[in-house]
Design a protein around this ligand. Sequence first.
Ligand code: ASP
Length: 347
Amino acid sequence: MKFHFFLSFLVLVIFSSCTELTNSEATAEASVQNQSEPPAYTIAIHGGAGTILKENMSTEKEAAYLAKLNEALDKGEEILKNGGTAMDAVEATIMIMEDSPLFNAGKGAVFTNDGTNELDASFMDGKTQNAGAIGGVKTVKNPIKAARVVMDNSPHVMLSGSGADQFAKEQGLEIVDPSYFHTDRRWESLQDAKKRENKQTGYLTQVSDYKYGTVGCAALDKDGNLAAGTSTGGMTNKRWGRIGDAPIIAAGVYADNATCAVSSTGHGEYFIRYVVAYDIAARMAYLGESLEEASNHVVNKKLVEKGGSGGIISVDKDGNVAMPFNSKGMYRGYAKPNERVVKIYED
Ligand code: ASP
């Protein structure tokens, strides 16, 4: 009888410990499933924000923009997929858009009041927080490359004007005749803007209509490093050496492995005043907001209240993407493993 009791007790102990094991294994498996693994890589791009309306867009033009945005994402994705760095992906992706006359960056940049093209660009490494920028260059074929060499090969963060052109040349970057940047479409926009400007102040009545097409990219690579870059011709009819937010670190670009990488596009003066790109990273760091919350707050609340139109694209350290804008449209897209989105208008 005693032996029988002992046997039953033993069976009970063995059974319950087995059940416990099974339960704890199941819990572990469930938490792994619930915990969303960060994607191997993420890349987001924009090709400028503004009054971009479907009714003003021809089918061919829309197709051309979508194709170019996809081509740019293909380039960056290929680099990231093969284990390349976020910095290399950002540079190569932006170069595709700079070389396209569709965007206000590199070939296709808008004209200044003097009828010249003055290009601005910035680049930031989220791992080291090194950064480089150039303002008002006139002969560098790919301004984003110039921003990167300022970061990599100079003791400075920002170079401007003829000195920046000179530095790019000394670094062996491709130099072109300023006429390379000419496109008839942007020349006509300048003539149009001149008719509409206030002659005393140089202000345009509808600023947002004269600057479509700044380009930018933010990326996360397989090593968990973030990087971002922005490149632009600025605003049509700009004068007095006006420089916008695009080459201003913390306004037009920001990257920090601890939070996120951001590239901005919009009415630059507002993005400078409200330190847009950094403000998003700061909200994440200090308030614990998600990328989406921080990006939305800055673009759709703060900038809207202040009257600054535009948008941003951002990628965080976990591979999340946010692409808010408060204008009518923004050329934009992102890619992650098995995921691709490319859009122009409001949802
Ligand atoms: N932010 C640029 C500038 O103000 C223009 C733009 O993004 O559309 O120069």
